[in-house]
Design a protein around this ligand. Structure first.
Ligand SMILES: [Zn+2]
Length: 146
C-alpha cells in the first residue's frame, strides 16, 4: 500500500515537471524568438513576425494563412511595402495563445519527424493544392504535411 502511494507521488512529480517544461516553451528551440506584441483595443501588432518566420525558414503566406485558420481571424501587413514592420492581428489575443500556436506550427511544419532537427525546408507539392513536402537537411528524411 505504502509503495503504491510512493509511486503515485513520483508520477505526480513527473507530471508537474512536464507541465512546467511546457510553460517554458521547451519544445521550441531557443533561437525562435518570443512574439513581441503591441496590444491595441481590438488588434495586436506582432512586431517581430518577419524575424520569427525567417528564423523558422518558412513561407510568409503559409504561416499567415495558418494563423488565420487556427484563430479564425483576419490579419494584414502593418506596412505593405515593408514586411519587416510585422503584421496586425485583427483580434484581441494573448501572447500565451500565440506562443502555443507558434509551438504547434513549429512541431508540425518545422521539426523533422525522424531526428527532431529543425534544419528543414518546406516546398509546395506540384499539382496538389495544400500539400507540402518537408525535407530534413540533417538526416535527409522527407515527409508530407497538409
Ligand atoms: Zn531529420
Amino acid at each position: 500500500m505504502a509503495e503504491k502511494q510512493d509511486n503515485f507521488v513520483i508520477m505526480l512529480d513527473q507530471l508537474y515537471q512536464q507541465l512546467n517544461n511546457d510553460n517554458d516553451d521547451s519544445i521550441m528551440s531557443k533561437k525562435i524568438p518570443n512574439p513581441q506584441l503591441k496590444m491595441f483595443p481590438r488588434k495586436v501588432h506582432w512586431i517581430n513576425y518577419h524575424n520569427t518566420v525567417k528564423t523558422m525558414n518558412r513561407d510568409f503566406t503559409h504561416f499567415q494563412g495558418y494563423i488565420q485558420n487556427e484563430l479564425g481571424i483576419n490579419t494584414s501587413l502593418k506596412n505593405v511595402l515593408n514586411m519587416k514592420e510585422g503584421i496586425i492581428l485583427h483580434t484581441k489575443c494573448r501572447d500565451k495563445q500565440l506562443k502555443s500556436l507558434l509551438g504547434k506550427y513549429y512541431s508540425k511544419y518545422v521539426l523533422c519527424k525522424s531526428c527532431n532537427s529543425d534544419d528543414t525546408s518546406m516546398e509546395k507539392m506540384k499539382n496538389i493544392s495544400k500539400l507540402y513536402q518537408i525535407k530534413c537537411n540533417s538526416c535527409l528524411a522527407t515527409f508530407n504535411v497538409s
